[in-house]
Design a binder for this molecule. Structure first.
Ligand code: NCD
Ligand code: ZN
Length: 352
């Protein structure tokens, strides 16, 4: 392999899947995302979830109010699908530019998903609306059936639900979020231009062994949970493939350390502070740094039909030491303790 360049200039990337939270935690974590990304698709799994245009507008105001001065960051909001959501509300929100997409959580699949969808087959009127509007449907692709092994839930979701859904609604524009398996990567690669997938930095770096290295590791626990090594390698291959239907989505999902290091600790990895550095490392390890910009900054906006960012960022070939813990100030000025992804590691690229 040739020596890495001294620096890398990229069009400013966007994050096509992030949890910015609300209230005190929003204030603590937002700056990390805003420092790296131009725009982000913001997940609606708040408590209560964002199911109306009014709630989305109010949330957008809270995000904008929490941004550091001078930040050019743009949040793109999403609607949380429930069994009873009115397709007309989605249509209005999309038409008014408030909702960029809608998010489907199978009921009880993950954090704050209890109000999610219990049966996709009941929502055909809604899917017809999305199809007609060209409004993207973002899917947490895991079955919730307790009988299904947790490591198989994504692959079974594709077979039982996603494939039939796309057959019933061939015009639906879908993003299969945070894919974790070779099956998902292969399914997306083999399907039509309407189906894309986001890939997180952590699923490019860890396999399921990371959850147990040196003891039980809550900081490595997220949903969908990391799978075997063969799957991590398949995700790396997809990310560097140059296929425009695989793009960046961090799924940065912060929970205070005490909520993760607990009985029934929360799922979610907080990767926002070093996200682009983490992706850069993975692409470098694959000898594919020349493909990073397209994955991080071009394929996402093209799929969403949005302009590319004009601004650029620079990654410098200098190591950065990721703290074991971060203490980030919330709205009340209290420090929230969070464990960042790559805690305690040295990363070879630094965002200038
Ligand atoms: C997310 C969260 O905490 O909101 N957790 C996670 O592990 N990714 C929810 C989700 O995206 O599944
Ligand atoms: Zn998520």
């Amino acid at each position: 392999m040739s020596a890495p360049p001294a620096q890398l200039s990229l069009r400013r990337p966007d994050d096509w899947h992030v949890h910015l939270r609300d209230g005190a935690l929003l204030q603590a974590v937002l700056a990390s995302t805003a420092a790296q990304f131009g725009r982000a698709i913001v997940m609606p799994n708040l408590s209560p979830p964002i199911t109306t245009v009014a709630a989305a507008l109010a949330y957008r105001q809270r995000i904008l109010a929490a941004l550091p001065d001078g930040s050019g960051f743009t949040p793109l909001l999403t609607a949380y699908l429930t069994d009873t959501i009115d397709p007309a509300e989605l249509e209005r929100g999309f038409g008014e530019g408030v909702f960029a997409a809608c998010k489907l959580y199978p009921a009880n699949a993950t954090t704050n998903s209890a109000a999610g969808v219990s049966d996709l087959a009941n929502l055909s009127a809604l899917f017809e609306t999305l199809e007609r509007l060209g409004m993207p449907l973002l899917i947490h692709g895991e079955v919730t059936d307790a009988e299904i092994d947790i490591f198989d839930r994504e692959a079974v979701f594709i077979e039982r639900h996603l494939e039939p859904l796309l057959r019933r609604h061939p015009g639906l524009k879908v993003v299969l979020e945070h894919i974790t398996t070779a099956e998902a990567a292969a399914f997306v690669a083999a399907s039509s231009a309407n189906l894309a997938a986001t890939i997180t930095p952590h699923h490019l770096h860890i396999n399921r062994n990371a959850l147990f290295r040196g003891g039980l590791r809550p900081d490595m626990y997220c949903l969908p949970v990391a799978k075997r090594e063969q799957h991590r390698l398949a995700l790396r291959a997809a990310a560097i493939s140059g296929n425009p239907r695989f793009f960046l989505g961090t799924d940065s999902a912060p929970h205070p350390r005490h909520a993760k290091e607990a009985a029934c600790g929360c799922a979610g990895i907080f990767n926002a502070p070093y996200a682009i550095e983490s992706y850069a490392l993975a692409f470098e390890q694959e000898g594919a740094l020349d493909r990073l910009e397209a994955f991080a900054s071009e394929f996402g906006p093209r799929f969403y039909g949005l302009p590319l960012n004009e601004e650029r960022i620079t990654l410098v070939r200098e190591s950065v030491s990721v703290p074991a813990r971060l203490h980030l100030n919330d709205a009340a000025g209290e420090a929230v303790e969070l464990v960042p992804f790559h805690a305690g590691e040295l990363l070879p690229w630094r965002l200038a």
